[in-house]
Design a protein around this ligand. Structure first.
Ligand code: ADP
Ligand code: MG
Length: 697
């Protein structure tokens, strides 16, 4: 089948609905999707029936409500369509109620105390805006229905519910602003998101022999081979044939699901790659990003490889992130962050960029914590990722325009600049309004902002509900001003001026990877929350609680529950990593070292008896003995720190102890072990090395 014809064949998308639903029901559903009407059971009944027929024709036996609990992963529970009849046969059924609502129980998911297991009712509710699809696992096919997951009293137990709430909040406030600016036609404002997903591929045979990789997703030991990524020979390089075959299968599977996978390339580290789909509305983009992560993992196995989504699988080469491209557009297609040709006089652009400057500066700790996870602690501030300081790249021209308005010396836009390439046969290229800045955590790139701090393995719901809510808050203040203004251009000038004076400090167009910037950011008073454990507690700050409750994204209880969950998750992960490091050291590496040490000692005795000079062999044996003893001692310290941490009941104190004592001991253990790896003969080392994992495919 030509590849454009497979697009969407496994999704119950708009085209299928138009074909299969009566016109009145289709129109009703469209109204529900745009929030103009409430969903009725009778409408759901007809849709459920059409979905069931469609899925069964495609070989599905089950349906499932698919949701995103606070583990950051996805969850599913499958029910068959089978319904027994009184005469001992069976019919296939799927009711409107079953489409609308599920009760998966699912009480074992973390709830941060929002639900006790004895009152464990939890519900899933159909997200009408995200298309249902057909999943194929082996020969089992299921109709998958994207849902939100909430508790008995409607508390959000997942990542989708707050995201949907935040989309509503930002739409409400943004619409007030565009109305005040004279737009009478748009009915909604929708945040759009295009996430770029980075990942590593390693050969399955090596992966299976690394306890750290298969239990934690990262290597806790490993010395770099003589070559790393310094030659820049992997970045955008020729995609290896084996990986290309894998990417082809990934694309085919995603296209069938109606996910517009668009861009793929080699990334900076060896065996690191990226995939990006075309952007979508933010909840659908979030669902699709989950499907992309699941698909990468599934298809990699088919090709004898394993896909690593961890933020820092290997020390010494780049880690993986997820660039969250974000914008706001009206339902009739106006991108509110589009600078146009003359941004200096584009009031809408000036207001919305001002809103982002204010939101990102005021709520920097929230954005920082939305990108915090255990893996990202190894990545942020290392030399391949932005530091943990939030700043915005606007580019020179736009910065001058803002500055000019604020200081009353307006700078006109430079229209129609063209690049002179100095070669007659090359086309003249139009120059973009701003250059790019690879070091900025939050960069304006054309008509969207790119939040580049987001971790590769996590759901993008968190960064997006923070962004949407923070921007909604600023827009509501702007709308208050604009709605009362007698002159809109004057009011916009005032907004830009005030924003620039108060929040201009968030703009930094220079190199964010340098030490100078860290010092400069401190002078500007920008927070530098270095680790996740530093960042997370700000979620429950009073102003944060006020923000989220005002926009009905969370209530206080939901915030505290979430905070407890991330802290506990962190401590559990560190505990697992530490356990793995201990076992690998004590049960694999140190025994290999002493076995080799014994062989070496015997060899030395023999050579000495024969009158040979053995001084360099003796030095090597001494190093091995000394480093092994050091490692054994640190392993004991690690084990003690791990046990001690487990006895701390307060979640924040527990997490701090994991960070300060357990992680520190784990780091310390790595030093002698990585040195031992470089001393032992390659065939005496008991596990695959970085050379195998990064360079053999
Ligand atoms: P870049 O090279 O600027 O990173 P791309 O066009 O490849 O450019 O964009 C990266 C991601 O940004 C893609 O997923 C793309 O669909 C997405 N994107 C483009 N425009 C928007 C927008 N208006 N809102 C959200 N995401 C967008
Ligand atoms: Mg990009």
């Amino acid at each position: 089948m030509p590849f454009n014809e497979i697009f969407g064949i496994n999704a119950f998308g708009d085209a299928v609905m138009r074909d299969r639903l009566p016109k009145a029901i289709y129109n009703e559903l469209k109204d529900v999707q745009t929030g103009c009407r409430e969903l009725t059971v009778s409408c759901a009944e007809v849709v459920a029936n059409a979905m069931k027929d469609w899925a069964i024709e495609k070989g599905a036996t089950h349906y499932c409500h698919w949701f995103q609990p606070m583990t950051g992963l996805t969850a599913e529970k499958h029910d068959s369509f089978i319904s027994p009849t009184s005469d001992g046969r069976a019919i296939l059924e799927f009711s409107g109620k079953e489409l609308l609502q599920g009760e998966p129980d699912a009480s074992s998911f973390p709830s941060g105390g929002l639900r006790a297991t004895f009152e464990a009712r939890g519900y899933t509710a159909w997200d009408v805006t995200s298309p249902a699809y057909l999943s194929e696992e082996g020969n089992c096919k299921s109709l998958v229905i994207p849902t939100a997951f909430v508790g008995y009293h409607g508390e959000a137990l997942d990542k989708k519910t707050p995201l949907l709430r935040s989309m509503q909040a930002v739409s409400t406030q943004a619409l007030r602003v565009v109305r005040a600016l004279g737009n009478t036609s748009s009915r909604r404002v929708i945040p759009s998101v295009g996430p770029e997903q980075e990942y590593f591929l390693v050969d399955e045979q090596y992966y299976n022999r690394r306890q750290d990789l298969f239990l934690t997703g990262r290597t806790v030991f490993g010395a770099l081979p003589p070559k790393g990524q310094e030659m820049d020979d992997h970045y955008f390089g020729k995609i290896p044939a084996r990986v290309s075959a894998f990417m082809t299968d990934v694309n085919e599977e995603l296209w069938k699901l109606g996910i517009p996978a668009k861009t793929q390339h080699n990334e900076a580290a060896p065996n690191q790659f990226e995939i990006a789909p075309i952007y979508n509305i933010s909840n659908v983009a979030t669902d699709q990003n989950h499907i992309i992560m699941l698909t990468l993992k599934k298809i990699a196995r088919r090709h004898g490889m394993v896909c690593l989504l961890h933020e820092k699988p290997f020390r010494g080469v780049n880690g993986s992130g997820k660039h969250n491209n974000w914008s706001l557009a009206t339902d009739d297609g106006i991108n509110l962050l589009n600078p146009g040709k003359t941004p200096d006089s584009n009031l809408q652009f000036l207001v919305f960029v001002s809103a982002v400057l204010d939101a990102v500066d005021t709520w920097a700790p929230l954005l920082r914590l939305s990108a915090a996870n255990t893996g990202n602690d190894h990545r942020l501030g290392a030399n391949e990722a932005p530091p943990a300081i939030i700043s915005i790249f606007l580019g020179e021209q736009l910065s001058h325009i803002f500055e000019g308005i604020a200081t009353g010396k307006p700078v006109p836009s430079q229209e129609g600049l063209q690049l002179e390439l100095g070669v007659n046969t090359l086309p003249k290229l139009p120059q973009d309004i701003s250059d790019r800045n690879r070091t900025s955590p939050f960069a304006l790139t054309g008509n969207k902002f790119e939040f580049r701090m987001v971790p590769s393995s996590d759901s993008i719901a968190g960064p997006n509900f923070v962004l949407n809510t923070a921007v909604a808050e600023v827009l509501s203040a702007f709308a208050d001003k604009l709605e009362k203004a007698s002159s809109i251009p004057d009011a916009v000038r005032e907004i830009v001026t005030e924003t620039w004076k108060k929040h201009g400090r968030i703009v930094f167009n220079g190199n964010g990877y340098t030490g100078d910037w860290i010092a400069e950011a401190e002078r500007r008073g920008l927070p530098n929350l270095k680790t996740s454990v530093d960042a997370w507690p700000h979620f429950a700050d009073e102003d944060s609680v006020a923000l989220f409750t005002k926009h009905k994204v969370f209530n206080r209880g939901e915030i505290h529950a979430r905070l407890e969950i991330v802290l506990e998750k962190y401590s559990k992960q560190i505990n697992i990593e530490a356990g793995v490091a201990y076992e690998m050291a004590v049960q694999e590496i140190l025994p290999a070292c002493s076995a080799y040490g014994a062989t070496l000692a015997a060899q030395i005795r023999e050579l000495e008896a024969a009158g040979m000079n053995v001084s360099s062999l003796r030095t090597r044996l001494g190093d091995i003995t000394h480093l092994s003893e050091e490692a054994a001692k640190i392993a004991d310290t690690l084990s003690a720190a791990r046990l001690a941490a487990r006895h701390i009941s307060d979640p924040l104190e527990h997490a701090r102890s994991c960070r300060d004592l357990v992680c520190t001991a784990m780091e310390a253990l790595r030093a002698p072990i990585d040195r031992l790896e470089k001393i032992l003969p390659k065939n005496a080392w008991p596990m695959p090395t970085y050379e195998d994992l990064l360079f053999r495919m």
